[in-house]
Design a protein. Sequence first.
Length: 80
Amino acid sequence: MLGTKAYYVRAGYFKDVDVVLFSHVDDNLKTSWGSTSGNGLISIEYTFGGQAAHSASAPWRGRSALDAVELMDIGWKLPA
């Protein structure tokens, strides 16, 4: 997901191209030039797993993966 320019070159997308201009777009679709900070982008994948349980015999054994996703979403949105 990051560093795709090298993959484009290897795949031959720029074979007959003389110049390519790329821009790093900010979260508000703003672009800038020169020395900037905040370009430390990362790519990460999270996997959430749950555990099924029968609601009549042992509901306390169940673990909801969706609950974990929602809690993480709320955690990311909290102000620092």
